[in-house]
Design a protein around this ligand. Structure first.
Ligand SMILES: C[S@@+](CC[C@H](N)C(=O)[O-])C[C@H]1O[C@@H](n2cnc3c(N)ncnc32)[C@H](O)[C@@H]1O
Length: 247
């Protein structure tokens, strides 16, 4: 299954409306709320660095981790252009291995929904626990993919001067997995280059996540509605889990 290969070229266009500085404001507010101090960060599923570079901008020492060499290529280019210092590692987050333990691990924008095997999500959690400093925090989001399907189900497209994209989506209720079969055309000179990618995202119940966090030795502090400090409910679309390395 190809993911985030050719799509890397247009990913930043697709997330153009996401305010990553606001996301980092929220992460900093959570860290302050728990009275913790952070100087080193690992950002998992960092993609093109949208979640990584704001840390560098604010003076943190940050490492971005992603599976896609294409996404990381763009992240490295952006860091260079903006004169920011950040490390980028091409790594499967199921086998996380950082050069040294960090104070904070983040994973944002459905990154963990891309882990469609529960056993693999458990491996991510164990890896995070092993790569955090004592007292270190892990803040991540997970979305309700069933709702995602209701919002974006069926076939949708965008057609613009430099690209056309067609998304065909399928929802597998038995596994709570949402699949996007993406066909794209990107302008290269006078011609359009065609590509296809298949993306899958899986929904996890709060109970499942809590069980896996505990088994990995991580301590759950809270689960919030996105971008506020309201407790998440079963109706919440995007939940933020706030977790600390266990003793
Ligand atoms: C929706 S993007 C999020 C990127 C970035 N955090 C942002 O908010 O713009 C999801 C990213 O997860 C990465 N990814 C998916 N599975 C992964 C895995 N097992 N290990 C590391 N990265 C993974 C993809 O390559 C992709 O860059």
């Amino acid at each position: 299954v190809t993911q985030y290969g050719k799509l890397a070229d247009i990913y930043d266009y697709l997330v153009g409306s996401v305010d990553y500085n606001e996301w980092l404001d929220y992460i900093e507010a959570i860290v302050r709320k728990y009275g913790y101090k952070v100087s080193t960060v690992a950002d998992l599923a960092c993609g093109t660095g949208n979640t990584t570079l704001p840390f560098a901008q604010r003076g943190y020492r940050v490492t971005g981790v992603d599976l896609s060499g294409e996404m990381l290529g763009i992240a490295r280019e952006k860091a260079k252009e903006q004169g920011l210092s950040a490390e980028f590692l091409e790594q499967n987050m199921c086998e996380l291995s950082l050069p040294e333990p960090v104070d904070l691990v983040t994973c944002y924008h459905d990154g963990l929904n891309y882990i469609v095997e529960p056993a693999d999500l458990a491996r991510v959690f164990r890896g995070v626990n092993g790569n955090l400093k004592p007292g270190g925090m892990f803040i991540f989001d997970l979305v309700n993919v069933h709702k995602l399907n209701r919002i974006h189900g069926g076939t949708t497209f965008v057609d613009e001067e430099n690209m056309s994209l067609i998304w065909e989506t399928f929802y597998y209720q038995d596994r709570d997995v949402w699949e996007i079969q993406l066909t794209g055309f990107i302008k290269k000179g006078d011609l359009y280059e065609k590509f296809r990618e298949i993306h899958q995202e899986k929904g996890y119940t709060t109970e499942e996540v809590i069980g896996m966090l505990e088994a990995a030795g991580l301590e759950l502090l809270d689960i919030y509605e996105a971008y506020c400090f309201e407790k998440a409910t079963e109706k919440t679309y995007r939940k933020f889990y706030v977790v600390r390395k266990g003793n």
